[in-house]
Design a protein around this ligand. Structure first.
Ligand SMILES: [Zn+2]
Length: 194
């Protein structure tokens, strides 16, 4: 950032007294502006033996598939955010049944919290940010057209769990969401899931 959001004067990066990392500090009003990770809440909506995916209508990764996910808003819980995104992007009502995965993306300062949700009916449709929404059997998932490695990793673990007959909680770090190959599984799978 260049200017203080409190008073509009220039900011400079420095380590405030008692801190150990550089922060944006206002030279005029002394406000300290912290940049902390953002939480993305997502939902894998289930209907019978299928899951609901959305084809993105917006950049980045327009045209590729994802489950509903987005940044939390102030004033809502992670569960509410996951359900809201499912309504907005896929026009589907879900009841969340469990937390499936927590992925840290340290390089870009994001944390994904991915829930599993039971669709309350077979009603769904493309929200403003989706070109198309449809149900997929596990064997039909378009692995080569998934929008983000973190989404692919969450889906892969979900599908693996289902094949084994039960979901477990996955906690892992994703080294680089912008990985060119899009295959981060080998790194992730070496980590402990607990
Ligand atoms: Zn200021």
């Amino acid at each position: 950032m260049n200017f203080c959001s409190a008073c509009g004067k220039p900011v400079a990066q420095k380590i405030p007294p008692g801190d150990n990392l550089p922060r944006f500090v206002c030279g005029s009003c002394d406000a300290i502006h912290y940049h902390n990770p953002k939480i993305v809440a997502g939902c894998i909506p289930e209907w019978e033996n299928q899951i609901l995916l959305c084809r993105r209508a917006i950049e980045p990764k327009s045209g590729l598939w994802t489950f509903p996910a987005g940044f939390m808003e102030i004033g809502e819980s992670t569960e509410q955010a996951a359900m809201r995104e499912t309504v907005e992007e896929a026009k589907a009502e879900v009841v969340l049944t469990r937390l499936h995965s927590v992925f840290s993306l340290p390089q870009i300062g994001q944390v994904y919290m991915v829930f599993v949700g039971k669709m309350q009916s077979k009603r769904f449709g493309a929200g403003a940010e989706s070109l198309e929404v449809r149900l997929f059997h596990p064997s039909e998932i378009p692995w080569e057209e998934i929008a983000f490695p973190v989404v692919k990793e969450a889906l892969r673990r979900y599908i693996d769990d289902m094949a084994k007959g039960g979901l477990s909680l996955h906690v892992a770090s994703l080294p680089d969401r912008l990985n060119k190959t899009g295959t981060t599984g080998s790194i992730l799978h070496n980590r402990s899931d607990g």
